[in-house]
Design a protein around this ligand. Structure first.
Ligand code: ZN
Length: 165
């Protein structure tokens, strides 16, 4: 009985330490340099913050290259006010992209467009301190593929491009 109690105490303090560490992180130590995961897939670490900014607005890849997109919301504002996702689109024109993003913004909680045919890949919509990872394959055709956060009002600021070359 005593031992069990001790175990509970130990795991509780581990949880508390975990929370404190997560709270202190604040994103300052997020490494933005590309890294290679154990399985050889190049990892792109992307953060979104409370100022509606991605840390990365340009990703370069080779045709057909596998990439692991690791998105973290490093903000503190509640998800319903400041959610972030990462959505990769086909090589659309600006006006096509605008139309799709507007449509997506109106569709909670994930804010994805009704017609997903122009969406190549997407993460989940993330609240503060949440992360999501997806593995994508860069298109075979060289070109510029826009990505954005489709949370309402974020598209204008939170966007960038995957350059396949
Ligand atoms: Zn966002």
């Amino acid at each position: 009985m005593k031992n069990q109690l001790k175990n509970i105490k130990v795991s509780l303090s581990a949880i508390i330490i975990g929370i404190v560490l997560a709270g202190c992180g604040g994103g300052a130590d997020v490494d933005t340099a590309p890294a290679v995961a154990d399985d050889g897939v190049r990892q792109i670490r992307i953060t979104g913050n409370d100022a509606m900014q991605f840390n990365i607005t340009e990703i370069r890849a080779e045709p057909g290259e596998e990439l692991r997109i690791a998105l973290t919301n490093i903000g503190r504002m509640p998800k319903q006010h400041m959610g972030h996702n990462w959505v990769l689109f086909k090589a659309l024109s600006d006006s096509e992209l605008n139309t799709l993003a507007m449509d997506a913004a109106g569709r909670g909680p994930e804010h994805l467009p009704a017609d997903m045919s122009a969406v190549l890949a997407h993460t989940r919509m993330l609240g503060p301190a949440e992360s999501d990872q997806i593995t994508i394959t860069a298109p075979q055709e060289p070109g510029e593929y826009p990505f954005a956060c489709t949370f309402p009002g974020h598209f204008a600021l939170m966007r960038g491009k995957l350059i396949v070359e």
